[in-house]
Design a protein around this ligand. Structure first.
Ligand SMILES: [Mg+2]
Ligand SMILES: [Zn+2]
Length: 259
């Protein structure tokens, strides 16, 4: 699946300098709608963050955890995961950005296609990390962005996180189709078809026997009790799936519908 790797301080929340106090947490703008939409399109949203202040004594690792949980609350739990480097710069770990260790950790846990993924950040270190792993990079002009733009070579520049997310959505809308099933006028989002990745995933939301009829594919992983299926496809998957659908079900690439 595709993923958006988000930097934290200066990108997602206002960078107040080595702070993990929840009273200092201020989300930049309102990215909730875009995050929600991108998740429905099948993106993972993962935060990758350097928090050297934990080693330097500004706060503890526990403070970072609590702060991240507070971010989750403010963003309605739309973030899939947080990967944090708490090492000091002189420790020479392999996870402090611009190194790629945090992304490697994410790859151990999630099935991610990096070439269709994005890194959003306000510093050269974010952009360089993204470049190293072959993801597309977006520099935001919040946080240190305006200063860093002279040194960074991102693929795209955005005013802020919301605009960056909107750019990603617009860029990928033609490649990803939401897949809906209408069950006696009660439409449900089943999953998405990704024509570029030649894959699809489907949420296990309806009765198992319906799914059995629709999909006899390989299940590649199971996460949070949401079963995800994937199959390589040559072109579009829809015609293949439609063949197996009972008459009562109309399948198509439709607009988003609420659960
Ligand atoms: Mg930052
Ligand atoms: Zn580290």
């Amino acid at each position: 699946m595709r993923c958006i790797f988000l930097d934290r301080d200066g990108t997602l929340n206002i960078d107040k300098g080595y702070s993990n106090k929840i009273e200092d947490l201020e989300i930049i703008g309102n990215p909730i709608h875009e995050l929600y939409y991108l998740k429905r399109l099948g993106f993972y949203i993962i935060v990758v963050s350097n928090q050297a202040g934990a080693k330097l004594g500004y706060y503890t690792e526990k403070d970072v955890e609590i702060f991240n949980k507070e971010i989750q609350k403010k963003l309605f739990w739309l973030i899939d995961d947080f990967f944090v480097c708490t090492h000091a710069p002189d420790e020479n770990c392999n996870c402090r950005k611009p190194k790629t260790g945090l992304i490697e950790k994410a790859l151990e846990k999630y099935e991610i296609s990096l070439e269709n993924s994005f890194v959003i950040g306000d510093k050269v270190a974010d952009i360089e990390m993204g470049e190293k792993v072959g993801a597309k990079t977006i520099l935001v002009l919040t946080g240190h962005g305006k200063k860093e733009i002279t040194k960074a070579k991102p693929d795209f520049v955005a005013e802020n996180i919301t605009q960056a997310l909107r750019m990603i959505r617009k860029k990928t809308e033609d490649e990803i189709f939401p897949l809906c099933v209408s069950l006696k006028n009660n439409k449900k989002l089943l999953g998405v078809i990704d024509t570029k990745e030649k894959s699809f995933w489907i949420k296990y939301q309806l009765e198992p026997e319906i799914y059995k009829k629709i999909i006899e594919k390989t299940m590649i992983f199971e996460r949070n009790q949401v079963k995800t299926f994937r199959e390589d496809i040559n072109n579009y998957l829809v015609p293949k799936i439609v063949e197996n659908i009972p008459v009562d079900f109309i399948l198509g690439t439709a607009q988003f519908v609420r659960d």
